[in-house]
Design a protein around this ligand. Sequence first.
Ligand SMILES: [Zn+2]
Length: 434
Amino acid sequence: MTPSSSAPSRRGVLAGAAALAATGAALSAAAAPAGAASRARPARPVVFRNVRPFGAKHPVDLTVLDGRITDERAPKGADVVDGGGRIALPALVDAHIHPDKTTWGGAWVSRKPASGIADFAAQDVELFHGQRRPVAKRAYGLMAHAVTRGTRAMRAHADIAPAYGLACVEGVAQARERLRQALDVQIVAFPQHGVVRAPGTAALLKEAARSGAVDFIGGIDPIGFDHAMDEQLDLVFGLADRYGVGVDIHLHDRDEKGLTALRAIINRTRALSLRGKVTVSHVFCLPGLSDAELAGVAADLADLDIALTTVAPNASLVLPIARLKEHGVRVGLGSDGVRDAWSPFGNADMLHRAHLLGWVEDVRLDAELTACYEAGAHGGADVMRLPRADLTPGSPADFLLVRGECLPQIVVDMPARDMVVHGGRVVARDGELT
Ligand SMILES: [Zn+2]
């Protein structure tokens, strides 16, 4: 979760152009990501007739074989789905969300004043005990809703603390299983109450990593919140090294405190040869850096292939995605908490999040609006090590169909998601799972 712009209160959330390449851009189809649910491929080929990839003027047919876009001719007997001239866009990836905390689909919760992470975490616990529906049901409701809004994959942080044991991790895992044909999910064991300051958490993190219940071990402000930088990071990185899981750490600390923690993360990633397996979320210490300072940090991040995520909380804390990409750093966009104890806001709609990214960055140009969509679609895919669903031959047939004129206009207007396709199967229509 993200505390707000003015620490320690929480974020003040408001809240490819690539034409379809005729020839198959080689897919960097990295191996299946850790923890991504295996998807059932449709047995039959499918042709999506009369669709306009990225808002192309002239409609085309998209043919799907074995869950992937192909430029081969559709075989006889293929299923046919009429796209009605709608725009086809890559499905979206939520690189940072907390489905275990949500009240989505339940009664309205009136929030109480809170100041600082410890207060919010205590209210999480109250909410956990006060909800009639268990985590599995609440998380499923939110994750299913995300699918209907065009999300193909998400990295789900689930609280792990003595107050819950492994209940949140297990609940999110149950929701993942129910949605495995529609959504790829990675689970992070997130020590929201601190690793060192909440005794018993270390043992739970170890159990989660050892048992294979999670794909990533999380961490949280090792200096500003846990007050035990080396102890927390040694433990988190030690578990990742020993059990072969990734690391995804919440880092809200700013200025020198944040940079000190970030350097410690970089050093451990290098020392343990965990290149490509580490993500840092929020990273509020980066947006205020000068170009030269950012270049120095980004060089290390790129060298060790450390990914970052942002939830675009506001103009001063959103990560400088374009500049980081220039340095070769993977950056994903995410929802963060949705209608939970921390905030009444959020909706797990990544098109809306792409819109918010454009809003907080005050963008105007078509290329900038398109980049916001790409952050919501490809940024998270890069972070989760999923092949990009860019509608080129060989790419996963994960796309959404909407009515509209062109991609920049869609980012602004956020039209209804008329159809959502995952692995070539229609998984949602008109806002409902099929
Ligand atoms: Zn978070």
